[in-house]
Design a binder for this molecule. Structure first.
Ligand SMILES: [Mn+2]
Length: 396
């Protein structure tokens, strides 16, 4: 059994916060179709309201990631309104996400497009997103590019890399001192031959080229199946280049399933690498934990509560690893004992301790049950149903 004290568990619970994605509350779909949910959020204000509900029940989601195209219909001019939602619903604006994939001009890419107008438009949109983030006092601007090509020979890969370096550098120049640019990677989809930022190495090089406030963002769904994500995390930590996460789970590709639903041990191992790094270095890793999921079949708010509680459990389990014993076992090349340090922590049922912590914070001991009994879902279903059935909103 792990020998860590309740104090350490309590500290882990005090520390762990995770950001909700605004797009996770709206109707989204697959490329085959969209099943509308009557309770889905139909406006930015409703997304804030739903996120506020998840935060009120769990106590660990004080921020919401926002998507410029979907949440700021008038770009910078919408910032004041968004600020108002933040104070009304008790969740602050989190990472600001520009959109480089929905406008027709991006058919052949954004930062990597051979069309100079597309590159200009993409850079202008980035500047605007940075300005929105400054206005809202958001630290992170989170960049994901759909850029790539579908057929061999159709794109000048090296030229596109140069354009990415130049534009990222220009974007970096607009950051204020405390802001960060996060560069996300993805091996394929929507591009099916080459993707301009396909893996963590490419993201790392581009972030370095951009400037010192650019870091890498690891989306757990953006890897080939056999890839060792926790090793990537460990390397990025050792290079001081890990900026944050988009958490989700998958069985096949970028499935956007709820975190830990398929492989909770993977998430545990990621949290473990971070905790072990912090213990060895006596520092806190400055890493933004964010959720990037869209729920097409599960109820959106329930899926989010489930994700947040699972994330919290896995974080606390990882905090139970006895680092002294682990370091000694590693040094002694006692493989079985070293591995057992992780296995023992992972096997520990931390739910009673988490319930105690919630009680001490005046939170419901079982957020999901509280949500189901609270009447919020019934109320918003009645309010939003007609609007949802009449509309088709964002794809994610
Ligand atoms: Mn993502």
């Amino acid at each position: 059994m792990p020998t860590k004290s309740d104090d350490q568990v309590f500290r882990a619970l005090e520390e762990f916060r995770i950001e909700l994605p605004s797009w996770g509350f709206a109707n989204t779909g697959t490329r085959f179709g969209k099943f509308l949910q009557p309770a889905a959020a139909t406006s930015t204000e409703e997304k804030f309201s739903d996120a506020g509900q998840v935060h009120a029940l769990t106590g660990i989601c004080p921020t919401i990631a926002l998507h410029v195209l979907w949440d700021f219909p008038e770009a910078l001019r919408s910032a004041g309104q968004v600020s108002g939602y933040a104070s009304r619903y008790g969740v602050r604006p989190g990472a600001i996400n520009p959109n480089y994939f929905q406008d027709q001009i991006y058919k052949f890419g954004s930062f990597g497009s051979p069309n100079p107008e597309a590159r200009d438009e993409a850079l202008k949109h980035t500047y605007e997103s940075i300005a929105i983030a400054q206005e809202l006092k958001s630290r992170d601007i989170s960049l994901w590019f759909a850029d790539g090509s579908n057929y061999p020979g159709s794109a000048n890969i090296r030229q596109r890399k140069k354009w990415f370096e130049q534009l990222l550098k220009s974007a970096h120049g607009r950051l204020s001192a405390e802001q960060r640019l996060l560069v996300e990677y993805k091996p394929f989809e929507p591009a099916f031959y080459h993707t301009d930022i396909a893996d963590w190495g490419m993201a790392l090089l581009l972030a370095r080229a951009a400037g010192p406030q650019a870091k890498v963002l690891v989306d757990t769904g953006h890897h080939y199946l056999a890839q060792n994500i926790e090793q990537i995390v460990s390397w990025l930590l050792s290079e001081d280049m890990l900026g944050g996460f988009h958490f989700n789970d998958r069985r096949y590709a970028d499935d956007d399933l709820t975190m830990g639903s398929i492989d909770p041990y993977q998430v545990f191992r990621i949290f473990h690498e971070i905790g072990f790094f912090e213990w060895e270095n006596g520092t806190r890793a400055d890493v933004a934990y964010m959720i990037d999921q869209s729920h097409n079949l599960k109820g959106k708010i329930e899926a989010m509560i489930q994700t947040v509680t699972v994330a919290q459990e896995l974080f606390v389990k990882a905090a139970l690893v006895n680092y002294e014993q682990l370091a000694a076992a590693q040094k002694a090349t006692d493989i079985v004992r070293a591995e057992a340090c992780l296995q023992d922590a992972f096997a520990t049922d931390v739910r009673p301790r988490i319930r105690d912590w919630r009680k001490s914070k005046g939170l419901p001991e079982d957020p999901m049950a509280a949500f189901r009994e609270g009447g919020y879902l019934q109320r918003v279903t009645a309010e939003r149903s007609a609007r949802n059935m009449a509309s088709v909103t964002s794809y994610a």
